[in-house]
Write a protein that binds this ligand. Structure first.
Ligand SMILES: Cc1ncc(C[n+]2csc(CCOP(=O)(O)OP(=O)(O)O)c2C)c(N)n1
Ligand SMILES: [Mg+2]
Length: 1004
């Protein structure tokens, strides 16, 4: 009872004197009342406190007990059993001896505990019986578990109908009481049903953080908290009108066009607008959104506020496109708009990112762009920039990239400090029912892995939708964690407007046809409530219809389509005002000797005091220092020079991927770890100069699709940043294939947004087996857009023009200097193109794969092709064979040539930039050796590697005058053998073929 006394005295100072008197008596009695000990004392304390407030707050038996204690009942006799509610049970006397009374007190305690359990059950599982489905045919499958909440189920907790009017003290884990601390059970249940079982279902009790749980309880349990004001209701209706009438307008004008309309989920528009309003009020200045097809045009029109005529003219199939590139269908295009938010009176920028058909692929891209905008604006807590992701129910549950994206949400270098996810849960995916589309109860269960609260809401109740969206925005602002709004709705039409849904969902669509449109229902409700009149409503509808008609008339004046009006990330100042590069040349990518030395010395040092480095690493750094003294670079140092020099120029560099900080092959060591102090690290690259840009190097989660998408998004925000993603081994890039195919290779053509992301893909046949060998160069080369059959016009700065025309650049550098140059060129070019680099493994430490500082000084540049520099080139007429190759095989070829004493008669030419193909330089090489046959040599299998790409291009270069012979591995299904001996035999065979001058005789 110590707690009891202190609590009461603290909370009720006015009663302190009176209490002091009773205190001593209470104290005496306690020891003699056997139930007043152990764990029940806390409970008792609450009861006593409640009784003091109002004796009717507690059960009669407690009332009698506390009265007796206070009037000085003899020790051990304070308790009297109460008169039972429904008359005395047989055999029970009205007043019992203390020990005999024990079971009733136990019941009281049990009943209170039962009520607590019941309250908790509502908090945990109230959503099971919430009326979430507008169609009333709910597809959520809780594995047939019996319902544990509701009036009829109180028996499960040991409560009975007879307890319904008993008053219970409310635990601190509920807010249903409002200003009251105790309520009758009937009222408790009624309020819980109001909070958790109407049109909103809240899933949050898996969250471990008590403060967060309390916050949510308070938001949904406080009596009256969900009430909206008249003003809010009117705004909501206006938004519902826009959303609904927009779709109706499109349907009227273009009834047979696919638009993936929003009918059945019209409340998505007020949902998003509420999120944006609220977030803007909380200080957010930029919202970056990603969404699928469903309702996209409506979002563009009514959330982002794209001019309606621009949307409408996308339906005009006769308009020609003004921009180069393929363009894209209207429901994939992006958009960027800055406007005043009327609710917050602050400016807000909204962008909807362009995306491919591939559902959910845009999720990590949005996150990366958001992170970048936060980074460049110094928004370290995500208070100014936020992301909103929209999902379909089937895609959200089915696509793995959703999981990968969620797992980035709390990683220091990837967090965007909370994303609001909105699911358009129309309970169908194309023609597939949820039962066949997922194994989880809800499509949103995935969000539980990051403890994101999930707010399910019946989308036919716009007020409930608006409320949960407002809470979601506040949650994000408060906790900076992800949150999910699940709009449970239906799809009024088929998958698109020309699809027949009755083929596959006959019963669902019978119900859909009966469904009164949400706008009608909502307008009727507001009219009945007297919020608006019928006339107000009709005027509002007519007003918006006129806006649409006027815009439609204006859209007829559009003569040409401009995809560049649909840019999601403008790079202000990077291009000329009409979107062109400012020059068409590239300066030298070399740097001064002093700079090379300075960066090299930093790379070889630990620029922090008292830092205990690992002995092995000290040796590695010492080795670097020796290289610098010799004016040499190995691969790691070449990369250091590139990053370091760009950073010093103010270019942000971000390198991300699995284990990139050390480097998979333990060659990079960009983050040093103190061996004595846990988590103390040092990044020497950030100690180059006081005014340098920041270097970000971050080990990623074990994801390719998610992380590459993220880095791609990051690189969209700012053209003056070198953003690199490194695969652990090149072959792992194929789990990110969608980002490569749909965004990197073709994004510029589809959405007119350039991108300079760099992919580093370790590649090379080194006897390590089918995996870990090939970065699949053939795949990248197959997607290059340069024409194999046309020898290009070599006028102007051909090397730069060619880069401008290509969709991406593919290189395999054989020297550290060339790697250094190609990275720097990425940033010094006046435009941006993605760069794919096949990077070495064994060459990282190859004694010959070193470059002199001389090759990196001012005036030097990236070599697209490296001619033979030895005796063959000195007297070219003597040369019998020119071997073209790319990458590491060069070192095997030169060794073999030397072993065979063929340096004079075989020239070896390295093609470093595979695409765009260096037609001009290859032509010079083929001209140089008039008496030589031409061989393409590669270590990859014939159906892989570069052969199929280079062969037609070399042929075009020489006008088809000579064959291009092949020396390499046979065609194969797997990229490499798992047997070391076979690997070596194959290698020897291909070298034999390359150097045996008779190999190809008579083979035409
Ligand atoms: C990755 C991917 N796989 C398949 C498709 C083909 N597809 C387009 S829409 C769709 C159904 C999507 O259902 P849901 O996510 O519930 O969105 P809804 O169309 O119902 O709004 C499918 C399978 C696709 N676009 N992307
Ligand atoms: Mg769906």
């Amino acid at each position: 009872m110590h707690h009891l006394r202190t609590t009461v005295v603290r909370l009720r100072p006015a009663m302190a004197a009176q209490m002091a008197q009773s205190r001593s008596r209470t104290n005496v009695s306690v020891t003699s009342e056997p139930f007043l000990n152990g764990t029940s004392s806390n409970y008792l304390e609450e009861m006593y406190y409640s009784w003091l407030e109002n004796p009717r707050n507690v059960h009669k038996s407690w009332d009698v007990f506390f009265r007796n204690v206070n009037t000085g009942a003899p020790v051990g006799a304070a308790y009297q059993s109460p008169p039972p509610l429904g008359g005395l049970p047989e055999g029970l006397s009205r007043v019992q001896a203390p020990m005999g009374a024990q079971p009733n007190v136990d019941k009281l305690v049990k009943d209170h505990l039962a009520v607590q359990s019941l309250i908790r059950a509502y908090q945990v599982r109230g959503h099971h019986i919430a009326k979430l489905d507008p169609l009333g045919i709910s597809c959520v499958d809780f594995d047939d578990t019996p319902c544990t909440v509701g009036f009829q189920n109180v028996g499960l907790y040991g409560l009975a109908e007879s307890d319904m009017d008993m008053v219970f003290k409310l635990p601190t884990t509920t807010f249903i009481g409002g200003s009251k601390s105790a309520l009758p059970l009937r009222e408790i249940i009624r309020r819980l049903e109001m909070s958790y079982c109407q049109h909103i279902g809240v899933e949050f009790m898996f969250i471990n953080d008590v403060e967060q749980c309390q916050w949510i309880r308070q938001k949904f349990e406080t009596p009256g908290i969900m009430q909206s004001t008249l003003e809010e209701k009117r705004t909501l209706l206006a938004r519902m009108i826009r959303s609904t009438r927009f779709e109706e307008f499109l349907q009227r004008k273009w009834s047979s066009e696919k638009r993936f309309g929003l009918e059945g989920c019209e409340s998505l528009i007020p949902a998003l607008k509420t999120i944006i309003d609220k977030s803007s009020q909380c200080g957010v200045e930029s919202v970056i959104m990603g969404m699928p097809h469903r309702g996209r045009l409506n979002v563009l029109a009514n959330v982002i506020r794209k001019e309606l005529e621009q949307i409408f003219c996308q339906f005009d199939s006769k308009l020609e496109a003004a921009d180069e590139g393929s363009g894209d269908v209207k429901y994939h295009l992006g958009m960027y708009h800055r406007r005043m938010n009327r609710v917050s009176d602050r400016y807000i920028t909204m962008s909807l990112m362009a995306n491919p058909s591939h559902l959910e692929a845009v999720d990590p891209v949005v996150q990366g762009k958001t992170k970048a905008e936060q980074f460049y604006s110094g928004d370290v807590q995500g208070k100014k920039v936020m992301s909103v992701l929209l999902h379909g129910d089937a895609a959200f549950a089915g696509q793995g990239v959703v999981y990968e994206t969620f797992h980035l949400s709390d990683l220091p270098s990837y967090t965007t400090h909370g994303t609001i996810h909105v699911v358009v849960n129309n309970q169908i995916g194309f023609t597939t029912d949820p039962r066949m589309a997922r194994s989880s109860a809800y499509p949103t269960d995935i969000a539980r892995v990051v403890s994101a609260p999930i707010f399910h809401v019946n989308a036919d109740d716009p007020e409930a939708v608006m409320y949960v969206c407002s809470v979601a925005a506040e949650w994000r602002n408060m906790f900076h964690k992800d949150v999910v709004v699940d709009l449970v709705c239906y799809r009024r039409n088929g998958h698109n407007e020309i699809d027949e849904p009755m083929f596959t969902q006959p019963l669902m669509y019978k119900q859909v046809k009966k469904q009164k449109p949400v706008l009608e229902k909502f307008a009727e409700k507001l009219i009945a409530e007297g919020v608006i009149t019928t006339q107000d409503y009709e005027e509002e509808v007519a007003c918006y219809d006129k806006i649409c008609e006027d815009a439609y008339a204006r859209s007829k004046d559009e003569k040409i389509l401009h995809i560049k009006h649909w840019l999601d990330s403008p790079w202000l100042g990077f291009f000329t005002p009409d979107g062109q590069p400012k020059t068409m040349s590239c300066p030298s990518t070399g740097i001064s000797e002093d700079e090379l030395k300075h960066i090299g010395n930093i790379a070889a040092s630990v620029p922090e005091e008292d830092f205990m480095l690992h002995g092995g690493l000290s040796r590695i750094l010492k080795g670097r220092g020796n290289l610098v003294d010799q004016r040499l670079c190995d691969w790691a140092l070449g990369e250091y020079m590139a990053f370091g020099s760009l950073l010093k120029q103010g270019v942000h560099v971000r390198l991300s991927g699995q284990d990139v900080e050390r480097g998979t092959f333990s060659h990079r060591h960009h983050v040093l770890h103190d061996q004595h102090k846990d988590r103390r690290t040092c990044i020497p690259m950030n100690h180059l100069s006081h005014d340098q840009a920041t270097y970000t190097v971050c080990n990623s989660s074990l994801s390719e699709y998610g992380v590459l998408g993220f880095e791609l998004g990051f690189s969209m925000a700012n053209p003056n940043a070198l953003v690199l993603w490194e695969a652990q081994f090149g072959d792992f890039h194929n789990t990110a294939q969608c980002i490569i195919d749909q965004f990197i290779s073709s994004g510029h053509a589809k959405w007119v947004r350039q991108n300079g992301i760099v992919l580093l893909l370790p590649h090379g046949m080194e006897g390590m087996g089918p995996e870990h060998s090939s970065a699949r160069p053939e795949r990248f080369l197959q997607m290059c857009n340069d024409d194999p059959d046309v020898f290009p016009n070599l006028s102007g700065d051909f090397a730069v023009l060619q880069l401008y025309d290509c969709n991406w650049i593919v290189v395999n550098c054989s020297t550290p200097a060339n790697y250094f140059h190609v990275l720097r060129r990425q940033m010094l070019l006046p435009f941006r193109k993605p760069l794919v680099v096949f990077t070495p493994k064994s060459l990282l430490r190859h004694p010959e794969a070193k470059s002199s500082f001389d090759d990196m000084l001012p005036g030097t540049h990236f070599k697209r092709l490296i001619p033979d520099g030895g005796s063959a080139a000195a007297i070219p007429d003597r040369v019998k064979r020119v071997i073209f190759c790319s990458g590491k095989i060069y070192y095997e070829l030169t060794r073999e040539r030397a072993n065979r004493g063929m340096d004079d008669i075989v020239a070896i030419v390295r093609i470093e930039q595979l695409s765009p193909f260096p037609f001009d330089l290859v032509k010079a090489e083929t001209n140089r050796y008039p008496n030589a046959d031409l061989v393409w040599c590669q270590e990859e299998h014939k159906n892989q590697g570069y052969y199929n790409y280079v062969k037609p291009r070399i042929r075009t270069t020489i006008g088809g005058k000579q064959p291009i012979w092949y020396a390499g591995r046979e065609p194969a299904a797997a990229p490499a053998t798992g047997n070391k001996q076979t690997h070596l035999t194959e290698l020897q065979r291909l070298l034999d073929a390359a150097f045996n001058l008779d190999t190809f005789s008579g083979k035409l």
